[in-house]
Design a protein around this ligand. Structure first.
Ligand SMILES: Cc1ncc(COP(=O)(O)O)c(C=O)c1O
Length: 404
């Protein structure tokens, strides 16, 4: 049977070169990086090198990179760590907020952000403003500016939406927050920190933290051909953060626990490859495939493109179909050897309407018929052709089966 894996936004295969870089650290170079002996120091050198690789990619300092178990942990750490640190800071200073701390986020964030904000809100520590998006899933920088209050301490807006691929105006938000913070410093007000979840952006977009104007950036390995269970959090020097895992002094005393050296080496190798591989060639190839998919799928009657027509990540093509249920489309495609996603892969176990499509105001008759096809470095034109042959047949079949 022909096969086409078009679910690279959910996860990617580990790259053979990344695998080769990792392998010695399981059973040959297996030292604990905290130990002073030769084995430990060998692991320490590898850990430092990987940290440099991530830092170089982000245009950051090595000491600003903290390794985590993935984007979910990075996001939790960024939000909870910052809020806890600010509580400590404000309770021991003359500066007093008359209200709770205030976070601004958007309605199309990954659940890792939305649920973390909800947790902080339920604890009674923060008030959260969740910004609306337009019909393309785009947050407006001007809406961020309007939502800022004297007690705002954090803005968290993702770089690329994982369900529909819309690229958010992160650099524009960064710029406006920088200006605002200059004024706040002059009036002795605390700054507004800026976090972005760059999970879906790392492979294709500029992630230099100074260009983006972010103080905190979350990323994960398994979307960029490194293993699952490894990620990183960028923390701009001077950003207050209380550690959420207590124990030993690893990761500059910010995250306790013996470092996962093999996977950290894998993340370093994978992120280094992102900039080493010719970006123009990579983008040209993937955008060509994505646009062929979009053009072809939109030939199916009752198919609509979801997400922004232009401000769209190179690897994500997303659609909604009238009269066909997303989960059923996935199962039928899977039988034909095609991997895709409906809504977010992380939430596809639940049959609720996608919160992203709902926030975009996608019509009720379309909201359950969503399909995301996400490309990766190994996809070919033949696979795209196969999907374009198979999908119309699947949709027709499902529509014929649907109760009238
Ligand atoms: C945008 C976005 N943020 C966060 C995550 C969570 O990443 P991880 O699986 O590394 O925790 C994902 C994964 O699907 C994602 O797409």
């Amino acid at each position: 049977m022909k096969k086409a894996y078009l679910d690279n936004a959910a996860t990617t295969a580990v790259d053979p070169q990344v695998l080769a870089a990792i392998q010695p650290y399981f059973s040959q170079k297996y030292g604990n990086a905290s130990e002073p002996h030769r084995w430990g120091q060998e692991a320490r050198v590898a850990l430092d090198q990987a940290r440099d690789q991530v830092a170089t990619f982000l245009g950051a300092k090595s000491g600003e990179i903290i390794f985590t178990a993935g984007a979910t942990e990075s996001i939790n750490f960024a939000h909870k760590g910052l809020i806890e640190a600010l509580f400590q800071k404000f309770s021991s200073s003359n500066f007093q907020f008359s209200r709770k701390l205030h976070i601004i986020t958007s309605s199309i964030e990954h659940k890792a952000v939305l649920e973390t904000c909800r947790h902080l809100e339920k604890r009674g520590w923060v008030q959260v403003t969740t910004l609306p998006v337009d019909k393309y899933g785009l947050v407006k920088a001007a809406d961020v500016a309007k939502a800022i209050k004297p007690n705002t301490v954090l803005v968290s807006v993702m770089y690329v939406n994982n369900e529909v691929g819309t690229v958010q105006p992160v650099a524009a938000i960064g710029k406006l927050l920088k200006k605002l913070n200059q004024l706040r410093v002059m009036s002795h007000q605390p700054p507004v920190y800026f976090h972005t979840d760059a999970t879906q952006a790392v492979q294709y977009l500029d992630c230099q933290v100074d260009q983006l104007g972010v103080d905190l950036l979350s990323l994960t390995g398994h979307k960029i051909y490194a293993p699952k269970g490894i990620g990183a959090l960028y923390v701009r020097q001077g950003t207050p953060l209380v550690r959420q895992l207590d124990g030993g002094g690893q990761e500059f005393n910010t995250r306790a626990g013996t470092e996962n050296v093999p996977y950290i080496v894998g993340l370093g190798a994978a992120i280094e490859r992102v900039s080493r591989v010719d970006q123009d060639t990579k983008l040209t190839k993937i955008i060509k495939l994505r646009d062929k998919l979009i053009k072809g799928v939109l030939q199916i009657p009752g198919a609509v493109l979801t997400g922004h027509p232009i401000k769209r990540a190179p690897h994500i093509a997303s659609f909604a179909f009238r009269g066909a249920e997303g989960e059923a489309i996935l199962l039928y495609l899977s039988e034909k050897g095609i991997a895709a996603a409906s809504g977010s892969a992380c939430t596809s176990g639940q049959l609720q309407a996608s919160h992203v499509l709902t926030a975009m105001g996608v019509k009720p008759e379309l909201v359950h018929g969503s399909l995301r096809l996400s490309l990766g470095k190994d996809n070919t034109e033949a696979e795209v052709n196969y999907v374009l042959q198979t999908l119309p047949v699947v949709i027709k079949k499902l529509r014929a089966m649907a109760p009238k």
